[in-house]
Design a protein around this ligand. Structure first.
Ligand SMILES: NC(=O)c1ccc[n+]([C@@H]2O[C@H](COP(=O)([O-])OP(=O)(O)OC[C@H]3O[C@@H](n4cnc5c(N)ncnc54)[C@H](OP(=O)(O)O)[C@@H]3O)[C@@H](O)[C@H]2O)c1
Length: 271
């Protein structure tokens, strides 16, 4: 098994690191990146072969991972198209480029899986939405899932259009949590806490609440009610959030992000 990464940046590095840390993984890894310093760094750190040209990196590869910026992708596809074949699996982590657009360029009709990871993938705590084109076999879907699981959790979608909602919920989601944590830090500081303590309290509360919800069988609404005594401090805070229509604001934010994703993608493969 040979896996080629086109682009050796943040996302490729997270996936390669995850793959090589997996004891069952025996794939040979080849990376294409135009930057000599990036290639030197990758080859110094891991047993991977790096190339300046995408066509050299994909030679003999069963799986090709597209990990370049969206504006770079059309040029990369033009370059590799003559050297791709129907049996190959293409996994794209590139935001916003639909399978229909990739298929138009990759005339050999390889199987394509489109994925939407998020930034915590860089520390192995990501979550990735996956969508497979109809040309993908069960084995190829599993290969894509195994790869993305090296960077965290995965979920499969049965409609490509839903990747825009995944982008809005989890792709952009870390920024919403950073904003909430920021607002909690600022409020704590304004009310008298030293800034470093307010920051530590907000960050660990976010981490603890998320870990607790993930470990619990109860849904988050139940967990919220369990820590909200009638007439208590939490209730006083939640009353303010509800009065300001916190849930409605989040709904508008995620709807706006979904809409923006659709505009940027300009439509996708229908299923
Ligand atoms: N980072 C995330 O958390 C995240 C989350 C979701 C989706 N994504 C998607 O993942 C993709 C990669 O993101 P990233 O954060 O890894 O970007 P990145 O760190 O900029 O990595 C992209 C790499 O591709 C290289 N490159 C440029 N032109 C190339 C070419 N023609 N052939 C091969 N490599 C080329 C770049 O080199 P130079 O720097 O020298 O140009 C860079 O090293 C993007 O499409 C993004 O939408 C990323």
């Amino acid at each position: 098994m040979k896996i080629a990464f086109i682009g050796g940046g943040n996302m490729a590095t997270a996936l390669i690191g995850g793959l090589l840390a997996s004891p069952r993984e025996t794939a040979r890894i080849q990376v294409a990146d135009p930057n000599p310093a990036t290639r030197k760094q990758l080859e110094g750190k891991w047993p991977v072969s790096c190339f300046s040209q995408a066509t050299a990196a994909i030679e003999g590869a069963n799986t090709i991972v597209l990990a370049v910026k969206p504006q770079i992708l059309p040029g990369v596809l033009t370059e590799i198209a003559p050297f791709t074949s129907a049996g190959q699996l293409i996994i794209s982590v590139v935001a916003g480029i639909p399978i229909s657009q990739m298929s138009t360029q990759l005339t050999a009709s390889p199987a394509i899986v489109r994925s939407m990871p998020n930034t915590p993938a860089l520390i192995g705590l990501g979550i990735t939405g996956l969508y497979a084109s109809s040309a993908c076999s069960a084995e190829q879907r599993q290969t894509a899932q195994n790869l993305m699981q090296t960077a965290g959790e995965t979920v499969w979608l049965d409609q490509e259009a839903l990747l825009d909602v995944v982008t809005a919920v989890s792709g952009s989601g870390p920024a919403y949590f950073f904003y909430l944590i920021e607002a909690m830090q600022q409020a704590g500081t304004r009310l008298g806490l030293p800034a470093d303590i307010a920051s530590k309290l907000a960050l660990h509360t976010a981490n603890g609440a998320s870990a607790m919800a993930l470990q619990s069988d109860a849904d988050v609404a139940d967990l919220r009610q369990r820590v909200t005594s009638p007439g208590g401090t939490t209730q006083a805070a939640l009353n303010q959030l509800k009065a300001a229509d916190f849930a409605g604001v989040i709904d508008s934010a995620i709807s706006a992000a979904t809409q923006r994703g659709r505009e940027l993608a300009g439509g996708g493969e229908k299923s």
